[in-house]
Write a protein of this length. Structure first.
Length: 174
């Protein structure tokens, strides 16, 4: 019998060893020990109160017999009257906000380049996140030509070299 089905006894519990084992006597509980009797579950207080109120086993909300059939949905944008026209957007709203990714790309485009520590302090990221941005997003997804060089004073410095694939790589995508 599977391990999960051991609690689903019908007339007697499963044997602690296989029943076909030669030389071993099978010990079972006597028939009057409670096996084979079905014991009803106790009702919860909520169910007892519902039965006392005459609501049956599960109380339900009354069905609305006079409900009207649903109306057909309108076509998208059809006959919706607006009280006033949409206001024009100001110039400040039209400019997208500067994302951290765009800030990192701007730092990488500088002639002096940027180190992982400088990017981490500028963005608040961990160094492994900065390296993941360099290899995953900038190189693979955006196709930027990222170059690194070891310098004496600053350590490893990263730069974007030459024209990149696509002109909108410094956009507001995060």
């Amino acid at each position: 019998m599977p391990r999960a089905a051991r609690h689903l006894w019908t007339s007697r519990p499963p044997q602690p060893w296989p029943a076909w084992s030669p030389g071993l006597a099978a010990v079972t509980a006597p028939t009057g020990a409670g096996y084979g009797k079905e014991v009803p579950m106790k009702m919860s207080k909520k169910a007892v109160n519902a039965n006392a109120a005459g609501q049956g086993k599960y109380p339900r909300a009354a069905a609305n017999k006079t409900a009207k059939p649903q109306q057909a949905k309108r076509a998208a944008g059809a006959a919706r009257g607006r009280a006033e026209p949409t206001p024009e957007r100001s110039a400040a709203v039209a400019v997208p906000r500067q994302s951290k990714q765009a800030a990192v790309i701007a730092l990488l485009r500088r002639p002096e380049g940027v180190t992982v520590g400088e990017v981490a302090s500028a963005t608040g990221w961990q160094p492994h996140t900065v390296r993941g941005l360099f290899s995953g997003t900038l190189k693979k997804k955006l196709g930027l030509n990222l170059n690194s060089a070891q310098e004496q004073e600053r350590g490893r410095v990263y730069r974007i070299i030459g024209a990149a694939a696509g002109g909108n790589d410094a956009g507001a995508s995060a």
